[in-house]
Design a protein around this ligand. Structure first.
Ligand code: PEP
Ligand code: MG
Length: 567
């Protein structure tokens, strides 16, 4: 519950108008004032960067400040105003278009992406000229704490910034429930709704709103009775969690004595604390992409080595599965600036994860080297995302072998037995899971992508999220194939997609043979409670029937029977 803050970041609308001669001097002065104000705003942001923020973010702001010293943005628009007798906003736009055109012509991808910086600075100047001011979440001391943010869309990097601000909840008009923004919100414990079309039309700034993330309902200006009802729900949640936390030290073991491994998914280094708080046996998925966001440059080998070493230290001997970089698709970061850039059409099918890493060794090698070095300090596993054919795997294994050979000859310590696993999340890899199981030490099923690619639905597109169905027969058959292939080759197989932490599917997955789950810390104890209340013998035959079912009503009936007795 909280007051609403509407995030309106859609492009600034600029029109041209012609000035009479006598207004030109005044217009140039207005432009110069905007440049000064933009500088002041950026300096204020730089001076208020919270200490926990990545160090390079200051350098990123400095780049923008330097651009505001450059004649291309400080003098050229003034000349245009005088010559063309146009308004300042339009002059800035003309100059922006000219600069962007130059950058777009460049062959060097590093330089090409600098056009985003031009846009960022120009956008700020135009907002000032139009008296719109900076966006509130960009200003560090903006007092967003406790607010509920309503936006068209949020990127994962925005979501991290929002969490720094201490927002109470958010709703976005776009985005799917397994988008990385939604996953991040879930793991950060930020109540949220995604894909809530037109939300900003019905809410005004400072309205009191309630976000019910469980049922996907946003209430505006609730009456006292509704507020009391939701306060009651909040109390129930707290009581429920206080009950669950008692399971922290207990093993996850089914009613018929089978031990289940419950590990945690981690996004941000500071989440390691919550792994211990819920008694997870280790980290089954460490999404390292977040190390690359909201900063100027990708983290170097040494910085990553420090991060992974600290993670091992924090986990006090529990194993950590570090997934190599899975940038691309809805987690875009410019290799030059570390900032997110616009998502293009079909990005999910594009240069993502291991594909991007193999194409850009400058991005991949420092990470692999850091992980291999850190393996000397504790139980690490390395996990490769989005494999679609064996060649990709062989390439990665060859790079790892080269790094190890170099370390060996230079007496750099590492663990030669660090397990190397692959994410099975592309249907092609699922169908050939046996081939991957033969070459790898373990498999991890990424259902978020496996479902996206099997059902042909972009996970960030809310228009097709109704097709997201973890119990579609095709998905279940693929999961069964993967589990069976791992078993045949006597290799461990875990599931780290959202499906593993969804209480509706835990028993079904147990019945299908899954024994390792990696889930958000926030749901781990709930999953443990279900495991401990399950008798495998009872769910196995029902799960087989789900696999054989042909209609969704039949599947839902069977799921109801499998989950009987769970609340
Ligand atoms: C998945 O695809 O299920 C997964 C765990 O990885 P990510 O959500 O980061 O793509
Ligand atoms: Mg994935």
């Amino acid at each position: 519950m909280g007051r609403a803050h509407i995030l309106q970041r859609d492009q600034v609308d600029i029109s041209e108008y012609c000035l009479k001669e006598e207004y030109i001097v005044e217009e140039v002065r207005r432009f110069e004032h905007a440049v000064l104000t933009a500088r002041q705003q950026l300096r204020a942001i730089r001076d208020h960067i919270p200490p926990a923020t990545a160090a390079d973010i200051a350098a990123f702001i400095d780049t923008h400040l330097l651009m505001l010293e450059d004649s291309a943005l400080t003098q050229e628009p003034a000349r245009l105003i005088t010559e063309r007798r146009c308004n300042a906003e339009w002059a800035v736009k003309i100059q922006r278009d000219a600069l962007v055109a130059v950058f777009e012509e460049m062959d060097d991808p590093y330089l090409r992406t600098r056009k985003d910086d031009v846009d960022h600075v120009v956008n700020r100047m135009q907002r000032i000229l139009l008296n719109q001011g900076p966006m509130r979440h960009e200003v560090p001391d903006s007092r967003l704490r406790g607010y509920i943010v309503l936006a068209d869309d949020l990127t994962p990097a925005d979501t991290v910034l929002m969490q720094h601000h201490g927002i109470a909840a958010f709703a976005t008009e776009h985005g799917g429930p397994t988008s990385h923004t939604a996953i991040l919100a879930r793991s950060l414990g930020i109540p949220s709704i995604v894909g809530l079309h037109q939300a900003r039309r019905y809410v005004r700034e400072e309205d009191l709103v309630i976000i019910d993330g469980i049922s996907g309902v946003l209430l505006v200006d609730p009456d006292p009775e509704t507020i009391r009802y939701y306060e009651g729900l909040q109390r129930q949640e707290r009581v429920h969690f206080a009950e669950l936390i008692k399971l922290k030290g207990a093993p996850a073991i089914t009613g018929d004595g089978i031990t289940i491994c419950l590990e945690a998914n981690i996004e941000l280094p500071k989440d390691f604390e919550s792994v211990l708080n819920v008694g997870a046996l280790g980290v089954g998925l460490y999404r390292t992409e977040y190390l690359y966001m909201n900063r100027d440059r990708p983290p170097a080998e040494e910085e990553q080595f420090q991060v992974y070493s600290q993670a091992l230290h924090a986990l006090q001997g529990r194993p950590i599965t570090i997934r190599t970089l899975d940038l691309g698709a809805d987690k875009q970061v410019d290799s030059s600036t570390g900032r997110e850039r616009r998502v293009l059409a079909n990005q999910a099918l594009g240069l993502r994860a291991v594909r991007l890493c193999l194409k850009e060794p400058g991005l991949f090698l420092p990470q692999l080297r850091a992980i291999i070095r850190a393996s000397a300090l504790g139980p690490l596993r390395l996990l490769i995302p989005m494999l679609s054919n064996l060649q990709e795997l062989y390439q990665v294994l060859a790079i790892i072998a080269e790094i190890r050979a170099e370390f060996r000859s230079n007496a750099v310590p590492f663990d030669p037995d660090m397990p190397i696993g692959g994410m099975i999340e592309v249907p092609a890899a699922a169908m050939c899971a046996d081939l991957f199981a033969k070459q790898l030490d373990f498999l991890s099923i990424g259902t978020n992508d496996l479902i996206q690619y099997t059902m042909a639905i972009d996970r960030v597109n809310d228009e097709v999220s109704y097709l997201y169905d973890p119990v579609h027969p095709a998905v279940l058959r693929l999961i069964r194939i993967i589990i069976q292939a791992a078993r045949d080759h006597k290799k461990p197989v875990a599931m780290c997609g959202e499906m593993a932490g969804d209480p509706r599917y835990v028993r079904l997955l147990l019945g299908l043979g899954l024994r390792d789950f990696s889930v958000h810390p926030a749901v781990l104890l709930e999953v443990k409670k279900i495991v401990n209340n399950t008798r495998l013998a009872e769910v196995m035959s029902l799960s087989e029937q789900v696999l054989a079912a042909s209609s969704s009503s039949e599947i839902n009936d069977l799921l109801g029977r499998i989950n009987a007795g769970l609340n």
